[in-house]
Design a protein around this ligand. Structure first.
Ligand code: AKG
Ligand code: FE2
Length: 207
């Protein structure tokens, strides 16, 4: 008798939901988020493929006198770089099409982050190293793997006022002034959680 390896993974073809069904929440100060739980379907093996095949690198950042490791792994795909999976190309094209009028330019880059477990995190920040510092823009995030909450709070500190659990296949889009008037974070958790990969699509010059 043959030994059959049971498939851990969904074998349905990957698909993307209709973005017309995304739900918008206005945060105030010109910022908003759109959410679409389960936007990316049938891609259960995508997490494993990306985890294994993306050239992940640790990030080290100068902080005062010390260089500290940022607790997550990163990979960056710039304008024109082929993305590591065709479904990510489809996702980016669908986002560019749906948000064409509001964004006025295509999503071009993809930043990938791998949170290996609950100790990996990203601290409060806005994506305002580039044009997000003084221009309205959009950052679209597709989440894969273990659920982790994305927290948001008005820029300048204080407790999180918005919390969105991001599970496998979920989409969140931060828009309007969100990068300069609000901050976001993925907090550490003491709960036992598996790996999570976040794919962030941004237009040219937004970081
Ligand atoms: O992990 C996420 O979904 C958020 C990542 C993020 O905010 C960033 O890399 O700028
Ligand atoms: Fe960010």
């Amino acid at each position: 008798m043959h030994h059959q390896q049971a498939s851990l993974f969904d074998t349905a073809a990957p698909g993307l939901g209709d973005l017309a069904a995304a739900r918008r929440t206005r945060l105030g100060a010109g910022a908003w988020i759109d959410t679409f739980p389960g936007w990316l379907t049938g891609a259960d093996d995508l997490f494993a493929r990306l985890a294994a095949e993306v050239p992940w690198r640790g990030e080290r950042r100068q902080m005062y006198d010390n260089v500290v490791a940022v607790p997550r792994l990163l990979a960056h795909y710039g304008d024109g770089d082929p993305l590591p999976d065709p479904i990510l190309e489809h996702a980016r094209a669908a986002l560019t099409g749906h948000y064409a009028e509001e964004l006025g330019e295509p999503f071009t880059t993809a930043g990938l982050c791998y949170y290996r477990d609950g100790r990996d995190s990203v601290a409060w920040h806005g994506d305002r190293t580039g044009r997000g510092s003084d221009k309205d823009t959009l950052v679209a995030i597709v989440s894969l793997g273990a659920p982790r909450p994305l927290l948001l709070r008005p820029r300048g500190g204080g407790p999180a006022t918005v919390r969105r659990p991001l599970g496998h296949g979920d989409l969140i889009v931060m828009g309007g002034s969100c990068q300069r008037t609000w901050d976001h974070a993925i907090p550490k958790t003491r709960s036992v959680v598996g790996g999570r990969i976040s794919v962030q699509f941004r237009p040219h010059g937004v970081r």
